[in-house]
Design a protein around this ligand. Sequence first.
Ligand SMILES: [Ca+2]
Ligand SMILES: [Ca+2]
Length: 281
Amino acid sequence: MAILVVVAATAISVSMIHDEAFLIRKTSRVQLLDRARLYALGLEDWARLILKRDQDDSDVDDLSEDWAFGVPGLPIEAGYLAGFMQDEQSKINLNNLLESEESVKRLTRLCNNLDVDPVFIPALLDWIDEDLDVRYPDGAEEHYDTYRVANRKIADISELLLVKNVTTEMYQQLKPYITALPTTTGININTMSETVFMTLGEDLNSETFIQEREEESFTSVQQFIERLQIPVEEADLAVSTEYFVANGQVVQGDLEYNFETLIHRSNEGVTAVISRSLGLF
Ligand SMILES: [Ca+2]
Ligand SMILES: [Ca+2]
């Protein structure tokens, strides 16, 4: 942890060094905001650095690695920084649905397990697919409600709220377990929650899964299936991750500045920002 904090402090001061002159003494709200923004971007740079180093260290991603430990509250002038990263591939990727029947089955099981009516799934598929043919019986194309159906990959899971038969309550229940990534991805079995594990098949036992994983991370999907002795489809499962979300908070006096950034990391360890929300939200 101490090493992480030092690395964070170093990365942040490096990325801020050019703006040093600006930081001195002036404390108007605009300047506080600018400064918070710089700290936030510094923290994001640090997250990318941690991910790059992690890629150099190992081919597997699990919850014992540096990226999985947050910065609990690093003191800065007149406030503090905090942040944490999450593996976006620990969730069900809605943009897998068209290419993978297994992903549709998993989403259906997720709904059933959470007591959410899966009746919206055909309309969701219509929302994503490029054609205008309505799926029978509950699909929806062009003229549903006041919205135009997107007919392309989902950019943000909140789009689900626009899909026929999805209520705010259903969305809130599903939200922690779903994601929308720009490419087809595997669920990382080393980071997924018990709830996501339970979507991989019928009558599974999540206790054994958690015990086995705590003993040792899974080095391959095949090894996961062998160790647990469960009838699970290998499709769209993985032991490593390309997409992470970095969350951070910069507190300066009474000002609380937040960011949430989706980061892609390639097999070569090159990171890129895919999307970012930044500000006083
Ligand atoms: Ca790793
Ligand atoms: Ca469509």
